[in-house]
Each structure stands twice: as C-alpha cells, then as structure tokens.
Ligand binder design. Structure first.
Ligand SMILES: [Zn+2]
Length: 481
C-alpha cells in the first residue's frame, strides 16, 4: 500500500510537472518569451570515449586522437550573412578571436558555394580572408560548401524538371525546394562550384588552408525519400519487378509499404547515391593531394529522417583513415544528459555499418531565435558540451541568434564558459592539447601576404558598391518631394 501511495503521489507530481511545463510552453508562445533550459541533472555518470579506437586514422588526422575534433560552427562562422545583411554586428575576425581564445580547434567556415554564380571569386573572397585569419590564429579550417541545393523560388522553378530531375514526395507532389537527390549532375555541380574551386585556389596559391569540407543536405532529408519516375523505375528494374506497371505518383509510397518494400527501396537509393559520390570523393582527394582529407555533412542521422541518405554519404565519403564527420543534431536541445542512450546506440550502429570507427560527433544548438526551442544558459551549454566531448571523438558546437539581440550579443555570454569547458577537458586528461597550432614563420608570412591581397580586392568591391549606392541616392531623393 505504501508503494501504491508512493506510486500514486509520484504519478500525481509527474502530472503536475507536465501541467506546469505545458503552461510555461503555452504562455511563452503567447507572450513570446524565450524558453531557457534549467541546470542539468548532476547524477549522470561522466562518459569516457576510448580514443584508442581511432588508431586507424591517417597520419594527417592523428591530431584528432589527442585533441578530439572540437568544431565551432553556427551563425558567427557564416560569411554569407555579413555579406548580404548590413546590420550584422560584430566583426567576423573578432568572432574567430573568440573561437580560438575559447579553445576550440576547428572552425567551420562558409560558405564557399555558388551564391553568386556569375562571380565566384568575389563570393569566395569573404570566406577566404576568414579562413586565412583562422589559420593564422592556429585554428584548423573546414570549408562549408553550403547547401547541396538552395536557390530563390523563381530560379528553382526554372531549374527543377529541366536542368535537374524532379523530387517526388510520398504524396506524389513535386517538391519545389530541391531536385531529386539522386541526380548526378546536381552533386557534380555542387562539388564543381564549391570545394573543387576552393582546392584549386589553395593549389594556385601554394597554401594548405583546409583539412576538410562540409555539406548541408537538410532540405533533402526533410522529405525522407524521392519517388520520381527515374528513382522508382530504376528500383523496379533492379528488383526484377515489372517496370511497365509503374504506379501513379500518389500510389508509389503505398505500393512500397503494402508490399513491404520500403526498406529495399531505401537500400536501392543508398547504393545509387554511393555510386554517385564515390567518384566525387576521388576527385576531391586528387585535387587536394591529401588521402586523409576529411568530408563532413549535416544532418548526420543514422536512423532518423532520411537515414538511408546519411548512411550512404558516410560510406561513400569516408574510410577508416579519414572517416566522415557525422554531425548528429538529435541532442540539440537536451544535450548529453537527455540523449546519452541515443549517442551510444548511434555510435555503435555506425561502427557496425561502416566496419570501422566512425567520427560520430554530437552537437548542441545553444542559442536561437525560434521560441519553439529552448535556449541553454551558458553554464548548461558548457556542461553539456563537456559531457558530449567526453562521450565521443569530438563535437559540433552550434549557435544562432537570440531573440531581440544582435549576433554578437547573443554569443558573448558563452565564450568564457566554453573556454572553461575546453580547459577542463585538458585538465581532466580527456585531451592532450587544446590544439591551436600557429603556422611557422615562413608559412605565416605567406598566409599574411595572401590575406592582404584578398582584403585589397574586398576593399575595391566595397568602394565600387558604395559609389554605386551614392549615385543612386540623389535619384531616390528626387522621387520623394
Ligand atoms: Zn528521384
């Protein structure tokens, strides 16, 4: 009876807690307040990932074994926004100072994609000067290639179905945001317009800036799988099924589930994607001249949304010497303490799937504007980042912008606690070094000279733009009496 009473009272208190949680959520949505994560539970044991598991890493990647790969990324690291938004506060170089001071060892800098297809070099100068600065600070750099596909609606409407194949959803509709993820040309164009150009630029200037490249496939993953004519009839053919009996677009998903073929379909899509990506990896390795060059992508889902795509990318773009960096976001808003079982499960699943030790990297999104998700207090963010680093060969530390604050103000409170977090990893023997490696004298001179020439070009563009704007102003004023 005592047990029953205890059970009833704990059920009641759980209900009360749930009620208060809902009230907080609803009221915060009504009044627009930001949700904040409370201090995390202390009773979860500190994990300790065995770094010896990474013994097969290529010698150029051995630093990961002693330093872990602790990547700082997020809005402060995107040079795209400062280029288009004039109200972006905080100098990009000052953000990089903070990243280095806080003791991260890798900066994900981007993007180097084709935002401005007409003049790629002009678009590339901003991330290039940032990357050169990061290298001079001793940070390692990963180029962010941007999204696999992201174009203004008008441009996308023009290209999808003509230049690139259509992406067909489960309901038989054409997905207007991006083309079929198994269109070879789509992948080839993205690689051509970003990483291959960036590597050619490094080669031209005889410098080594990046240790890897990163790609975002989130829009593709939103839709689970493509059911377009090409994907679907390819599957029917491979399975020895009647190609002539191709179901109507809105009946294809039901066809797969009714015949218990969904898993086979995903397997087929994975194999196709692997065959598209394998030669692209070869091209990048050849262009970089480095067999240990790293590939990374987001989201690194093992089972969730479009897991077939993520597993295929992990297999095609990596090996035991240079595994793909898998950016898992499942713990974005509950950290290690809310996701530790998920982390262990996913690490092991990828280990089994790949047949070697994966670079499975959990992450948090510690500050953001969207009130549907909570923002971490600085202490909680640092605590979770510490535990995530203990649990894995490294992490992605991601942040956006707080509501009503500038990007600079949003991140400022977190730098001191992130510094303590990285120092604690060192003090407790989780890493052997913080990992900042300032280049040698001659290398430094070369990087500085290159940076100066890039900066000079940026000054020229800016001056030209300003004078163009000044010329436009009198007309504007003239129109308004
Ligand atoms: Zn398709």
């Amino acid at each position: 009876m005592t047990n029953l009473k205890t059970m009833l009272s704990s059920l009641l208190s759980a209900k009360i807690m749930l009620f208060f949680l809902l009230v907080t959520l609803v009221s915060s949505l009504i009044v627009g307040e930001t949700l904040t994560l409370e201090p995390s539970p202390k009773n979860i044991p500190e994990p300790r990932y065995d770094m010896h598991r990474l013994e097969k890493l290529h010698r150029s990647n051995r630093w990961i074994q002693s330093e872990k790969i602790r990547i700082y990324c997020g809005w402060p690291m995107s040079t795209y926004w400062p280029r288009i938004k004039k109200d972006f506060s905080g100098n990009f170089f000052e953000f990089l100072d903070k990243v280095a001071e806080a003791g991260f060892n890798v900066a994900l800098i981007g993007d180097i994609g084709n935002w401005n297809e007409k003049d790629w070099s002009a678009s590339f100068d901003c991330p290039a000067t940032a990357a050169l600065y990061a290298r001079l600070k001793g940070l390692r750099v990963i180029w962010h290639m941007g999204y696999l596909y992201r174009k203004p609606a008008e441009k996308a409407a023009e290209e999808i179905g003509t230049k690139y194949g259509e992406f067909m959803t489960r309901t038989g509709q054409v997905y207007k945001a991006c083309p079929c993820p198994l269109d070879e040309k789509l992948w080839q164009d993205r690689f051509e317009n970003s990483i291959l150009k960036a590597l050619a630029w490094e080669k031209e200037h005889n410098v080594r800036i990046s240790c890897g490249c990163h790609l975002d496939v989130e829009p593709q993953c939103e839709q689970e799988e493509c059911l377009c004519n090409r994907c679907f009839s390819g599957f029917l053919k491979t399975e020895g099924l009647d190609e002539q009996a191709l179901p109507k677009p809105d009946e294809r998903f039901a066809y797969l589930t009714d015949n218990q073929l969904l898993e086979d379909y995903h397997l087929y899509l994975s194999e196709r994607l692997i065959s598209i990506l394998t030669p692209l990896r070869e091209r990048v390795l050849k262009a970089s001249g480095r067999p240990g060059y790293l590939f990374s992508f987001y989201p690194g889902h093992v089972f969730d949304r479009a897991g077939w795509m993520c597993r295929a990318m992990a297999r095609a773009l990596g090996n035991a010497e240079a595994p793909v960096l898998l950016w898992d976001d499942a713990m974005y808003w509950n950290g290690y303490t809310g996701s530790y079982k998920h982390i262990l499960k996913n690490q092991e699943a990828m280990r089994q799937y790949l047949g070697y030790e994966p670079l499975y990297l959990p992450s948090i999104d510690y500050v953001l504007e969207d009130i549907r998700y909570p923002t971490y207090t600085p202490e909680r963010a640092a605590h979770e980042m510490y535990l995530l680093n203990c649990s894995s060969p490294g992490t992605f530390c991601f942040g956006e912008k707080a509501r009503g604050k500038t990007v600079w103000e949003s991140h400022e409170p977190y730098w001191p606690v992130f510094k303590e977090m990285n120092e604690r990893l060192l003090k407790n023997g989780l890493i052997k070094s913080i990992g900042l490696h300032t280049p040698w004298f001659w290398e430094r001179m070369k990087l500085q000279a290159l940076k100066e020439s890039v900066d000079q070009r940026i000054r020229t563009y800016s001056a030209a733009r300003e004078s163009k704007e000044k010329k436009l102003k009198p007309n504007e004023a003239g129109n308004k009496p």
